[in-house]
Ligand binder design. Sequence first.
Ligand SMILES: Cc1cc2nc3c(=O)[nH]c(=O)nc-3n(C[C@H](O)[C@H](O)[C@H](O)COP(=O)(O)O)c2cc1C
Length: 343
Amino acid sequence: MFELSDLEIPVVAAPMAGGPSTTALAIAVNHAGGLGFLAAGYADPGVLAGQIADVRIATGAPFGVNIFVPGLPVRDRVAVQEYRESLRPLADRYGIDLPDIVEVDDDGYRTKLDLVIEHRVPVVSFTFGLPSAEDVARLHDAGIFVVSTVADPDDADRAVALGVDALCVQGVEAGGHRGTLDLDAVPNTTPTVRLVREVVDRSDVPVIAAGGIGDGTAIIAALAAGASAVQLGTALLDTDEAGTKPTHRAALRDPRFTETVVTRCFSGRYAQALRNRFTDTYSPSAPAEYPALHHLTSPLRKAAAAADDADDLNLWAGHAFRSAPTGPAAEVITTLWADARRG
Ligand SMILES: Cc1cc2nc3c(=O)[nH]c(=O)nc-3n(C[C@H](O)[C@H](O)[C@H](O)COP(=O)(O)O)c2cc1C
């Protein structure tokens, strides 16, 4: 079975659903000696199967697939309906219809789980919830290394109790969604290094540190806190192989965007994004209804991207967004690691 210590360099490409994680990005990170990752979230299982085959053929090195654990069915339909109505002026502006409310969506969890087991994907990570103990046992029987994504020490304890092989621990600096288990909980405000130390002190399970890691100093700090590897998300968003939308890439450097906010306005689940008009307008009223809100805002976000309007887009970004490097991902990772080693 894979071990984090097998990696030539202890760097993991964050799985980034919704476009940024491409096959090319996973392959490039593998070529640099890190762990490439595919994002199964929102992905069609057939497409995912093709991506798994492509990465395997291209590198022969271990890689990972990240799976979303299903959320709850809509709990407060009235709140979702009200939110839907509040989006109407924006939909009118883009000339699109708002979709019906999606009450239940498990993101094809069982199909994706069966797929990674059938393909014996070396590493499988979970976010938005915990796999069952039976699922962890099935993955282990297939020789798969299991990672659980957490953002809170108590959640880490629950994952450890299931027998996972590593924890991806996300601090407050992390871009995009975090793996906070309780949908209603305001995400932890603990910085990555401190959270890693807290989790490392409580268990022997290896930790992958995630959140705000954008230079050699941050890599050293995370490893010194006890992490076995670091996971880079925002730092890979503007690399050549990432599938990040052009509007999103440009916003990372646009002086108009000066800060990030943690908001559930796009998906119904807290996530960190550049503060823009959409987050200012909709954050106060967004109910904790994932994935219903994800589906409601999806066509609006598509329209905003097509119109190159960064103000209505989910510009996921962590605290280190301003220093997100450009260029080939392998070069970016090699440079960051060399920077860390120089100390
Ligand atoms: C655009 C984007 C999409 C993300 N999508 C996922 C995802 O699909 N699954 C997941 O576990 N984490 C996802 N994350 C969170 C990352 O795994 C990681 O924890 C985070 O990017 C680390 O913080 P950083 O962005 O400051 O490096 C995403 C992050 C970003 C920026």
